[in-house]
Design a protein around this ligand. Structure first.
Ligand SMILES: Nc1ncnc2c1ncn2[C@@H]1O[C@H](COP(=O)(O)OP(=O)(O)OP(=O)(O)O)[C@@H](O)[C@H]1O
Ligand SMILES: [Mg+2]
Length: 378
């Protein structure tokens, strides 16, 4: 499937368009107002990078509402710099109904499933996109990263198809386009996708001197941040927190079309071990299915991640991405403190550290009041 030729606006480099002559009519004041109000309510001071992105979004909104083609947007930067905050805000503020905000893992899992279902058709991708997107004009992908050459090839086709449909694509990633799929074995083959992104998307870095997740004001409305990291997980800690015993026998649970091993479930609370979910051949789709049924997750037995095979580390990273994205309440137990447990070299581990760093840590010397369960678990 060939990509459409660039639109006339896409031939002008981003910097020129940012600095070029602007009129009020180019920029949607409602988008500016929305972000100003949101930042004020949350007590945030926006970084210069965030302000620049908002200016671009305000211009995209004008184009979009006028039915004109507009450049897509690729936001990248280190963890916790407020990329998803911008994406979610824009998504919320856009006054149109034909928009979808999806987690990339989630969308990709559905894409694979749909393409398998339509495998007899000539354009399985097109038919799947018709089903998944319907009349969607704005598609937001949070957390875009690529580790597998198979996925990479599908991404190339997906992006071309989306641009061809005139969908405005907004992406956040911890990687600049040139840093995607860093594995030197595959990077060369991925270059056409990088070129496609550079040609069809405004690529902007969202930087800030610190991970905003380390500021308590960022913790406000999320359920995830009310979760706990408990170590070494002694019986007394478990009792104080109202947790089930550590040695529950395995139990089979039907999840979608599969059987997974868990340790127990009650109402919307699920008990599992790290091994049940990450040392078995589970996939993102399984975690997403489990999220439909469970809001409170107790995950036992996080080991030294660095000692685990890379596939196991990657499953854990994906699992935490999903739980964070779906804003689930998590109690994670390990024999060692979090920074030791999360030693490891998997590429995306920095994101996992940043997310899990928001859990309340209850160690062996935690005071009694720290161990009182804050949340009812069902
Ligand atoms: N300017 C700001 N000041 C303070 N907190 C902020 C600011 N912008 C965003 N935040 C908050 O910081 C936290 C992290 O932001 P966000 O999730 O958007 O980061 P991110 O760049 O997407 O990180 P990651 O790469 O890990 O996905 C959120 O709780 C968000 O509300
Ligand atoms: Mg994010």
């Amino acid at each position: 499937m060939a990509a459409l030729p660039p639109t006339s606006s896409s031939r002008v480099p981003l910097i020129k368009r940012l600095l070029g002559k602007k009129t009020d009519a180019d920029s949607d004041p409602a988008i500016h107002r929305f972000f100003e109000d949101k930042a004020r309510q949350q007590g945030y001071t926006l970084s210069p990078g965030q302000q620049q992105v908002i200016a671009v979004m305000a211009r995209q909104s004008v184009q979009l509402l006028a039915g004109r083609p507009t450049h897509s947007l690729y936001l990248h930067g280190a963890v916790g710099r407020g990329k998803s905050w911008l994406l979610d805000g824009f998504f919320q503020a856009l006054p149109i109904a034909q928009k979808r905000r999806v987690h990339f893992h989630n969308f990709f899992a559905r894409l694979h499933r749909g393409m398998f279902a339509h495998r007899q058709q000539r354009d399985a991708l097109g038919s799947t996109l018709d089903e998944l997107l319907d009349d969607c004009r704005v598609l937001c992908f949070d957390e875009f990263h690529v580790h597998d050459i198979g996925d990479a090839m599908l991404i190339a086709r997906l992006f071309k198809a989306l641009f061809q449909r005139g969908v405005l694509l907004l992406v956040t990633s911890n990687y600049p386009p040139a840093g995607l799929l860093p594995n030197p074995l595959y990077h060369q083959r991925f270059k056409p996708v990088i070129e496609l992104i550079s040609a069809r998307m405004d690529v902007m870095e969202v930087s800030a001197p610190q991970d905003y997740r380390s500021l308590t004001q960022a913790h406000g409305e999320q359920r995830f941040t009310r979760g706990r990291f408990v170590w070494p997980g002694r019986q007394a800690q478990r009792v104080a927190l109202g947790l089930p015993p550590a040695d529950l026998p395995p139990l089979s649970l039907t999840v979608g079309a599969r059987q997974l091993t868990v340790r127990g479930h009650q109402k919307r609370t699920l008990g599992v071990t790290f091994s049940d979910l990450c040392e078995q051949p589970t996939a993102v789709m399984d975690y997403l299915h489990l999220c439909e049924d469970f809001d409170h997750w107790i995950i036992d037995g996080l080991p030294y991640l660095g000692d685990c095979p890379i596939a196991v580390q990657q499953r854990f990273i994906n699992l935490i991405d999903v739980l964070y994205d779906q804003d689930k309440h998590l109690i994670l137990l390990s024999e060692q403190p979090l920074d030791q447990a999360l030693s490891g070299h998997a590429i995306d581990l920095a994101r996992t550290r940043s997310r899990l760093g928001q859990l309340h840590e209850a160690g062996p010397n935690a005071f009694e009041q720290d161990l009182v369960p804050l949340e009812p678990l069902s």
